[in-house]
Design a protein around this ligand. Sequence first.
Ligand code: MV4
Length: 445
Amino acid sequence: MFSKILIANRGEIALRIIRACHELNIEAVAVYSEADKEAPYLQLADEAICIGPADCSKSYLNIASIISAAEITDVEAIHPGYGFLAENTEFAQICGECGITFIGPPVEAMKNLGDKVMARKIAKQAKVRCVPGSVGTIEDGPEALKLANDMGYPVIIKASAGGGGRGMRIVHNDISLRSAINSARAEAEVAFGNGDVYMEKFIVEPRHVEVQVMADSKGHAVHFYERDCSIQRRHQKMVEESPCPILDKKTREELCGSALRIIKESKYVNAATVEFLLDKDKNFYFIEANARIQVEHPVTEMVTGHDLIKLQLQIASGMPLTLTQKNIKLNGVAIECRVNAEDPDNNFSPCPGRITRYIPPGGFGVRVDTHVHQGWNVSPTYDSMIAKVIVHQKTRTEAITTMKRALGEFIIEPIKTTIPACLEILSHNLFVKSEVDTGFIERNF
Ligand code: MV4
């Protein structure tokens, strides 16, 4: 096992990783920007190093600065958390060249899954159903027109290097197809430096269901069941839960088995999330895979009882998974609500500022993952997510009750947060019945 690692991230996930390190007797080196120098989790770290100014490109995204910090502190590995450099193949490669273990997948697997056209090919080789669509990339010519007509509109154009909703165009007819392809291409070129796009049949009002998997370097892989992340607004998830409340046992087995086949086919190591769309008839289709730990990983931890960050550290250090699939059982229901410093009455615009009163919830079945505290100044420079409230109960009904109770207790003043919006979602009868899809927020709020 490692004796010392560096955490190339900030906020709640940096604190989450520090805690896992300490339970494994690993020294944790934190890095921070000038804007985060007062963060109390830096005191919990065994060492803390300033890596630059508030601006992310000069600190948390500054590869040279982070590698320097790792060299100076003589760490064996770097955990990238989520966001920032977590899926940056150049960073993972440089870590390797410097003799530092990147706590994540091998560069090759990361490149293959990061390229969505390649990921579709891998999924097909693994005999996993993808959304019907183009075999590879498409041009704005007659072939695209023919494919769209063969499948029938609507279709969706996606950037091969994209993800999370950027560089996508929904197309309803022949007339707008060419311009959609060209504008998606242009947007992808600017955003990702790669203009490749592909086409899929547009699945109307799907649920977003994702499978947590973990693979070791010996070729052994297990899944930790699925999360339903359908409650999202403009591609930002707001409420996540595990398990997906509408899956039957057989579909769940097929879904999780499919995710594992993709992971094995791509020679993947460490934590991954395999994303699927679930249509009205409960058919699932692979869409993409994320090569990182995700924000919503705690719901999976609560229902399976396994610490995913510890497993990441063990696997990255070369240890084999001692877990077998039959040791991973679903127990109860977990729900997570993201608390963002945003104003729901003002189009969810960021609402930074100093927190003068802060009282977090607690009690039976409640977990709060956060780095904030009374007196903390929420910076406008970073992501607006400031806390995650996770509840775990025997049934979904009880989980909703506990979450409403916990969010009701949570005092964060004077900044505006998404707590009232989450409470509205939890009280909505369609959410209670779980008759939701990815358009739920836009249609109902
Ligand atoms: C889709 C889709 C429907 N059909 N693909 C959104 C983020 C990215 N991970 C994939 N996404 C989607 N892919 C097919 N074939 C619906 C979404 C989607 C969405 C699309 C447009 C506008 C809002 C959306 C919200 C959630 C999901």
